[in-house]
Design a protein around this ligand. Sequence first.
Ligand code: ZN
Ligand code: ZN
Length: 361
Amino acid sequence: MAKSQEQQHPKKAFGWAARDSSGVLSPFNFSRRETREKDVAFKVLYCGICHSDLHMVKNEWGITTYPLVPGHEIVGVVTEVGSRVQKYKVGDKVGVGCLVGSCQSCDKCADNLENYCPRLILTYGAKYHDGTTTYGGYSDIMVADEHFVIRIPDNLPLEGAAPLLCAGITTYSPLRYYGLDKPGMHVGVVGLGGLGHVAVKFAKAMGVRVTVISTSPSKKEEAIKRLKADSFLVSREQDQMLAAWGTMDGIIDTVSAVHPILPLIRLLKTNGKLVVLGAPEKPHELPVFPLLMGRKMVGGSNIGGVKETQEMIDFAAKHNITAEVEVIPIDYVNTAMERLAKADVRYRFVIDVGNTLKPAF
Ligand SMILES: [Zn+2]
Ligand SMILES: [Zn+2]
């Protein structure tokens, strides 16, 4: 008979898990593997609530296995390192993002693109190399191979740094890869949520001129005053959109609801690039003619590799970039999920795991 989650591994662990597709989270005893020679163990202090956590607890993508401990924006302090760990020592501030493993032998892994490895292992709800389930950061401790651990620079507040491990790298990586990082360029950011607000901050720090494109005029003041965007377009206002035709080198589209992309393609200059980061339930309609006429392209991107995630965090530290967060206690997590479903958060919930998660052994 299979061992229970509590007996599978030697290290006792405690977190909050969803048990079924109601998505309701509740206290959960489980276990973590011993700290192997290349492993880093750390006490979790904060964990961000990503929109994908919401999809996963409710099994909206049809891939969830229960019990599910979500969380892939995890930061904390190292408590133990394996004998062959080189990069970290006890007391270091570290984090783990969306990945805890990959094959480490394919060409993607060799290129530091573990995020595109066909055998990548997600931080929660996946199977690790040893066949056991991975559990995320809504929990007291993490154990991870040092290769997948990110160093958090000392000047970054941990609660504001946590969301960078998913939302940050998801927007930083396409800005770099698609070459939308050159000073003086003009980049649009569609949607001002968890992803969009950090996209604005990264692009501004790269010296790019940023226009936020949103359906809600109410976000204009915040986009410009607080996040320092240069301008704001209400996507439903035809005259505003017309006035901006052909002015953008690229667009980072963070919206995962179905929405028309033709108006966005029209905003691009010749050779402009529309990068989509959200995955709507139904396919986008792709208008080809406007792509041909301006040699424009539509591309995608998904998180980033470990090396680039470290580069992103170091860049954030240098430019004092953090996510705007609402810190919550763990027992607020179900309410937070309901609010997140209604986009009622500015801009990321982060669970104060270190101070509020109390073991119930
Ligand atoms: Zn995420
Ligand atoms: Zn690989």
